[in-house]
Each structure stands twice: as C-alpha cells, then as structure tokens.
Design a protein around this ligand. Structure first.
Ligand SMILES: Nc1ncnc2c1ncn2[C@@H]1O[C@H](COP(=O)(O)OP(=O)(O)OP(=O)(O)O)[C@@H](O)[C@H]1O
Length: 593
C-alpha cells in the first residue's frame, strides 16, 4: 500500500523513466566519452539513492554504506571471475568458490542477497543505537569492512587490485538498474514502512506513541538500502573490471555524501539533483585541475581543485539550503495538490471500537530521577466512559505519571496493568496497540509531514491498520481540521496543531485517551471550543479520558473525577465539588487554607 495520492507516484515513475531514457539516448549519440560519464553517473546515482533511502528517511547519517557497495563488488567479482584467472591470482580460494563461474545477472543477484544478509546481521546490532551514536557506529562499520577486505588476502587479494572482472556493465544495463533503484526508493518513501520511518525521524517518541515500532522500520530501510548499495557496487565492479579496497572507503563516501547533502537527503528528487550537480562540477573542474589558459594567461595547476569545488558547494548548501537544493518535497508533490478528504466517513462514532474495555491500573507507581522522586507510590485507575482529571502545581509529577502509564517511561517501582496484561515495561507502540493513545504537553507532531499523513500514520500503525483511511478521515473531521489536511503540520496555528495531535490519537481507535495539557497556549474561546469537542467525542465514543491541565475551569466542567498530586504524591481524589472544598488542595495551590 502507498500512502500518497496515485497521481504523485505515477508522475514520479514516468518522470524517472523518461529522464533516464532520454539521457541514455543523448549519450549514445554523443559518443563513448559521454556514455562512460553517464554510466558512472547512473551507478553513482544508485548508490546515492541507496544511502538516501536509509539516511534520508531515518534521519541517521550513515558513513558505512560504502561497505555494502564493496561487499557487492567483491562478491559479484568473485562469482564471475574466470576459473583460470582465479587459479592464477587467488590460488588459495576454497574449491567451491574457485570452481564457480556464473553469469553477470546471476552474480549481481547473489551479491545483492549476500549483502542483504550481512546488512541484516549488522543492522540488528546497530539498531540499538540512536542518533549520533548510530552514525559513529556506521563509521566503525566502514573501517572494519575495509580492514576485513584488506586482511582477507586469499579471497580479495588484499590491498592489491582485484582485476579480471568481466566488464559487463553497459550504459543500458546501468540505466535500467538505475531506473529500478529510483523507483524502489520512491515507492519505499511513500510506503507504509517509509512513512512510519519518516515519522520516527521527525519525532521518535510521538511515532512510538501512535504504534510505530521504529527499530523494525529502521531495520527494513537499512537492509533495503544495503541491497541497493550492493547493486551499485556490483555494477561498478563490472564496469571498471578492476578495483581495490580504497574504491569503497573514505573518498567515495565523501563524494556520495556530498551528492546527498547538496541535493537533499529526504527525497529521490534530492538524490538526483545532488548527483547531477556534483557530477557536473566534478567533470568541469577536473578539466581545470592541470592548469589552463585564460585569455592568453597561463593558470597554474592547482592540486585538489575538484575537492575544493565540492567543498564550496557543500558550504553553500549548508548556509543557503540546509535541506538540500531540492528541499523536503518531491518535485511532483510541489505540482500536484496533497491529500484531500474523501467523502467516505462522516461521523466519529461509526469507526471506533473499544479495543480493550478493561480499565488501566497503575499500582503503587514510583519514579526516581537520580535523587529526585518525581512520583511517589501513586495508584490510579482509568476506566472507559469516565473523564478523569489529573491536576497539581508545577513539577508535581503529572506528566511523569502519564509517561509511566503510556510506556514512555518505565516506572522505578510499581506495575501498570490493563486487565490481565502487564504493561509495566511495555514500549509506547505496544501500549498504543492496547487501545491507549495520548497527546503531549510540548506538541510533538511530525512537522514536515502533512496533517493527513500525521493522522494516517496512527491509523496504519494501530489495530493492524484496518480501515486506516476511513479512521484517519473520521478523526480529522471529528477535530475540525479537514481544511488543513494537505498542509504541513508545522504551518498550522498552535490551536490547530493541538487539534491535529488529538486527531492523531483518535485515529488509533483508543478506548482510553490521555491528554497532557491539551488547552495549553489556547485562548478562552479556543479552549471552550476544544472542551465542547472533547465532551461530544467522549460521550459518542464511550472513551475513557485522563486529562492533565492547569485550566481549572476546563477540568471542573469536563471531569467526572479528579486526582490531585503534590510533590509527587496523591493528596486528594474526588468529584469536582469535593476537590474544590478540599483543604489540602487549596493549601497546595495557594500556600494556605
Ligand atoms: N526525564 C526527566 N529527568 C529528570 N527529571 C525529570 C524528568 N522528567 C521530569 N523530571 C522532574 O520530575 C518532576 C516532575 O515533573 P513533571 O513534568 O512530571 O511535573 P508536572 O506536574 O507535569 O509539571 P508541569 O505542570 O510543570 O508540567 C520535576 O521536578 C521535573 O523536573
């Protein structure tokens, strides 16, 4: 399933095929030099797209992808090297490998499969790391793979040239594989998995809270991108006929990353733009590297002209276009309007089913941050059909309690149960799939995704993604944000962003909804409006709501029951009238009774 309008994908696929074929035809008419440049360009573009598929969609910059290109090249080279050549240059090869001699396409396919398996194993370990730690680990991968290739002389010829690989990569072969790689990357970006990964890139905690298993999505992207890198490696091996380990090390990593950074990481359009820009600059500057004649004036040779030029372009991109020359959107997304709501779903009550009618029980919950006890031995029950308020002065532990109930924090002591299911140490995405959705005190939207996509991710990632489109549209309508469906979330007003967060939570089809200061930053009119919407929804859907807010008017009018915390401990519990009269509550808020 794809998550973008069909016209986007059709335009994109037609554009990719048309551009590649036109470029190939033009190059064949211009002669062998142009053919050679375009072949290398196509192979580089495959690699850039492979790197972008992981780094762009996950937000984790990888320095290690050239490892997979190297593995692809060596595996494919070993499989196609003529037996006699192997006997002469690699006499210590195991017999089964020494006697194997496959065709080009078979070798490419096996190289891609072998590299995918290696990537899967590496990815399982790498997936435990986040952000810059993961990036540094990919650098380690590059260095280790380089070391292994150099050290494994019997198979790779070590640091010497690995030569004799049949030169099978023609311009047309490179063009067709490039089209396939571009289409794969484009389809992946807008697949369910790609959209989930992009959501995780924008805000990992929020993505997890709407049911996204980010580690799983990262692993899928990692393996897929490694497979594309292996394809690129096999093609360059069969184009050059000879290569050494340094072909898959820092210099080319830098070049490919430059293409990705200059063009833009998060789109296929960016990969193409970056590859075209850097290839053009490299080709032009290479001609001036050995010195040139400018209107009769002899200019001296400047070593490293090409690298200086690439460096300057990166600096320009960083200062003027930090998201890359192509920006954050695919070309076709700029031309064709984004999602509009269908006519399918009208009411809110027709889709929501109670996933689990059992109440959620937090028993004797305690949370310690070093020496600070943020929540002390608090027990709380949230039931369907009830609106429960959680109030208390600043720093009294409300958000921490909500984080423990929703899986964002594992409690230091105590248990969280939903019926017979123990959710004490469950991840947020597991909690979301037990019918518990939430919003955040500091709005956590997927900023560069549209409102529609923000909500769709939640629907796709909970309740097995059943009726996702319908659930998404119902939630958007219920919160009155239909007119903004096609806008990027970060372009909305504060009040509307809060509404998107609630719509996103509703799209999970929860039976329990946690709202952390939903009216924060809203004026009175917006707050009253929100209150009316929440009242209507909870009555219609039979939702259980746990709401944290400092707006006591809202809490008093909305809630059936209120729990009051002070300095991490519960000091009162009762209906609004009881709480208003409670001396301990008055003292906690006013400092005197
Ligand atoms: N991740 C954390 N690491 C360390 N201390 C934390 C963390 N989260 C919360 N705290 C501390 O725990 C205490 C309770 O914070 P919490 O945010 O739960 O209170 P709150 O009642 O929600 O406050 P507010 O009404 O201001 O949002 C505070 O002293 C806070 O500084």
């Amino acid at each position: 399933m794809t998550t973008s309008p069909a016209r986007h994908l059709i335009a994109s696929l037609l554009g990719i095929i048309a551009l590649s074929l036109i470029a190939t035809l033009v190059a064949t008419t211009l002669g062998p030099a142009s053919e050679r440049i375009l072949t290398v360009f196509f192979i580089s573009l495959i690699a850039v797209v492979g790197m972008g598929l992981y780094s762009g969609n996950s937000g984790i910059l990888s320095f290690g992808h050239l490892s997979f290109m190297g593995i692809g090249a060596y595996v494919s080279g070993l499989l196609t090297l003529p037996a006699q050549m192997k006997m002469a240059t690699l006499p210590k090869l195991p017999d089964w490998l020494a006697g194997t001699e496959t065709g080009f396409l078979t070798a490419v396919l096996i190289a891609v499969l072998v590299t995918s398996v290696v990537a899967l194993v590496v990815g399982l370990a790498l997936n435990r790391l986040e952000g810059s730690a993961a990036t540094i680990a990919t650098l380690g991968l590059l260095i280790i793979t380089h070391g292994v290739i150099i050290g494994w002389r019997d198979v790779t010829r070590g640091s010497q040239s690995f030569f004799g690989v049949p030169r099978e990569t023609t311009l047309w072969a490179a063009a067709i594989f490039c089209i396939l790689a571009l289409i794969t990357a484009r389809l992946y970006r807008d697949s369910v998995s790609g959209l989930r990964l992009r959501a995780g890139r924008e805000n990992a905690i929020a993505a997890s809270a709407v049911g996204v298993n980010i580690r799983k999505e990262r692993l899928i992207a990692w393996v897929l991108s490694a497979a594309i890198m292996a394809l690129s490696g096999a093609l360059i091996g069969h184009f050059l006929g000879a290569f050494s380990p340094k072909k898959f090390y820092f210099a080319d990593t830098f070049l490919l990353l430059a293409m990705l950074i200059v063009g833009g990481m998060s789109t296929v359009t960016g990969a193409i733009t970056g590859a075209v820009t850097i290839t053009l600059v490299t080709e032009v500057l290479r001609r001036f590297e050995g010195g040139f004649n400018l209107a009769g004036l002899e200019m001296p040779a400047v070593f490293g002209t090409t690298q200086i030029g690439i460096g300057l372009i990166i600096l320009f991109a960083m200062f003027r276009k930090p998201e890359g020359l192509a920006g954050l959107k695919e070309l076709e997304e700029r031309f064709f309007p984004a999602h509009k709501l269908g006519a399918a779903a009208q009411g809110a009550g027709d889709t929501v089913k109670n996933v689990d009618p059992a109440p959620l029980e937090g028993k004797n919950l305690t949370m310690r941050f070093g020496g600070l006890v943020a929540v002390k031995d608090v027990s709380i029950t949230v039931s369907s059909g009830e609106i429960l308020g959680l109030i208390g002065p600043n720093g009294s532990g409300k958000t921490t309690l909500l984080n423990m109930l929703s899986g964002v924090l594992a409690p230091s002591e105590g248990t969280v149960l939903r019926g017979n299911t123990d959710l004490t140490n469950a991840q947020p995405y597991e909690v979301a799939n037990h019918g518990i959705a939430r919003t955040f005190q500091n709005i956590r939207l997927f900023d560069t995704l549209t409102v529609y996509q923000n909500v769709l991710i939640a629907a796709l990632s909970t309740n097995k993604g059943e009726r996702a489109t319908q659930r998404c549209e119902v939630a958007i309508r219920a919160m009155g944000i239909g007119p903004h469906a096609g806008s990027d979330a970060n372009t909305l007003s504060y009040g509307d962003q809060r509404r998107v967060e609630i719509a996103r939570a509703l799209a999970c089809e929860p039976s329990l909804l946690f709202l952390d200061e939903p009216a924060a930053g809203m004026n009175r009119e917006e707050t009253d409006d929100l209150m009316a919407t929440l009242q209507k929804l909870t009555r219609e859907l039979g939702l259980g709501v746990l709401i944290v807010d400092h707006d006591l008017k809202l809490i008093n009018q909305l809630c059936d029951r209120i729990i009051v915390l002070n300095e991490g401990a519960e000091i009162a519990q009762g209906d609004p009238a009881e709480i208003r009269k409670n001396p301990a509550v008055i003292e906690a808020y006013l400092g005197h009774s």
